[in-house]
Design a protein around this ligand. Structure first.
Ligand code: PA5
Length: 446
């Protein structure tokens, strides 16, 4: 296991003993996850997923990616929302050159659709695609979600018009339930290449299913290394691993201790823009898993040092209900040294010869100390570098910690009843067939 967990800067707010007092609970929660005896136990397929992924499955995903890439794609569009979007976006962004879309590369650029209902977004995407070589994956576990279905209806017509129906079918991959849902019916009728999202893996835990693996492989990244990282973390968080060695269990314990002490908001912090969407993935994971029954730590995120010049003020001096968890990357991929300047008009010669990352690391340390002084506990999760293996480790680390943490809150971390409320109103307002009663009721409120 490559992950290091440093909670020293949280221990002046909740003691080490308080955190370690969760030992029995977290070990019990971990057993409940592995033995499928806790709440939501029909959605625990993700717990052993990394070690359950077969060689054949990985080869199949790689073959599909190679077949699509042989079409010399400029763009691969991934249509999906929530758990059918954020995992792929998080991993692809973390691993990609920040300017790949401007530099040009062998790998297609991954773009997303169906993750919003912005008319301009869809218009602009369709305009862009007219002049590009492209293919797409449409991803929906239920196969009935409005946002991706709407985007797919438009983009499917476009791709069929551009390439003809037969070739369009070769350029579309559908990732959905084995038998249920409109997307499954459509995919079977059209004869698309399909992948199944296992019944017992919920959207936000599905990044290591084809939901994430297919787009990540098409983007040119090593899905084997990603899965291997997750496998090793699965082993490092197994039920035989005692709390003292189980870092995910300790993280779950620390955040619950802090929550009980009045720290209601956890901010996930990064010091590299590549992790922006990793935080978005993490927010969905924790927000949807824990935010229910009037309980749950509110998951927030910031990108430092950018946001130190905006949200930094609140974090330092606003309401003292925050704690932060920093994902710290020990080594960047590339080296940039600060040059000497003979005039030194910018007064930066004191940094000459240092790497840019040394400045970033001192910003990280200085921020942690300042925030601690300001009443913000700091947890640090360190990985050696951003690559497939380490991202795989982080994914499983946060997933298993989330399961243990949700059980500590005594909620079902694997359902999301709250996400239905807006849909009911939207369907009623749009006069969807079957919603006649709701339509009448909602219109009387307007
Ligand atoms: O975590 C979840 O369950 C949700 O965020 C879903 O992933 C999201 O609503 C998309 O659902 P579906 O994949 O069924 O289209």
């Amino acid at each position: 296991n490559n992950i290091k967990l440093d909670m020293e800067k949280a221990f002046s707010f909740v003691s080490r003993d308080e955190v370690f007092a969760w030992k029995e609970t977290m070990e019990k929660n971990n057993v409940a996850l592995h033995e499928k005896t806790g709440k939501g136990n029909d959605f625990l397929g993700w717990v052993n997923l990394p070690t359950a992924i077969t060689e054949e499955h990985l080869s199949d995903v790689e073959e599909t990616a190679a077949r699509l890439r042989s079409k010399k794609l400029d763009i691969f569009v991934v249509i999906g929302i929530g758990g059918s979007y954020l995992g792929a976006k998080a991993v692809v962004d973390a691993l990609s050159d920040s300017f790949a879309h401007l530099k040009g590369s062998d790998a297609p650029h991954i773009l997303f659709a169906g993750q919003n209902i912005g008319e301009d977004y869809l218009y602009e995407l369709r305009e862009l695609l007219k002049g590009k070589e492209y293919a797409m994956a449409v991803i929906s576990k239920s196969g009935t979600t409005t946002e991706p279905a709407l985007a797919f209806r438009l983009l499917r017509q476009d791709i069929e018009e551009k390439y003809g129906v037969e070739e369009a079918r070769q350029r579309i991959v559908a990732i959905t339930d084995e038998s249920k849902g409109a997307l499954r019916t459509l995919a079977n009728t059209e004869g698309y290449k399909t992948y199944v999202i296992p019944d017992d893996v919920g959207g936000r835990y599905s990044v290591l299913t084809p939901v994430g693996l297919v787009p990540i492989a098409v983007a040119g990244f090593d899905v084997r290394a990603l899965v291997q990282g997750a496998r090793d973390m699965e082993k490092a968080s197994d039920v035989n691993v005692p709390f003292e060695e189980n870092l995910a269990a300790q993280y779950a314990a620390a955040r619950n201790s802090l929550y009980k002490s009045g720290k209601k908001i956890e901010i996930l912090v990064n010091f590299t823009p590549k992790l922006h969407y990793f935080s978005e993935w993490w927010k969905q994971l924790y927000g949807e898993s824990e935010g229910k029954e009037g309980k749950g730590i509110y998951p927030a995120s910031v990108d430092f040092t950018s946001d130190l010049h905006s949200m930094g003020q609140y974090i330092q001096e606003g309401e003292r209900i925050l704690f932060e968890t920093v994902i710290s990357i020990a080594n960047p991929d590339n080296e940039v040294r600060i040059p000497e300047d003979k005039d030194n008009l910018d007064k930066l010669n004191y940094l000459a010869g240092k790497r840019v990352d040394e400045v970033n690391k001192m910003a990280e340390l200085g921020t942690a100390l300042a925030h601690m002084d300001g009443g913000v506990p700091n947890i640090r999760v360190e990985v050696p570098k951003i690559d497939e293996y380490n991202i795989g480790q982080l994914i499983y680390f946060f997933e298993i910690a989330c399961g243990m943490s949700g059980y500590a809150l005594e909620v079902n971390p694997f359902d999301q009843p709250g996400v239905e409320a807006y849909k009911k109103n939207m369907f009623a307002l749009l006069e969807k067939p079957g919603f006649e009663e709701e339509t009448k009721k909602i219109k009387s409120r307007l």
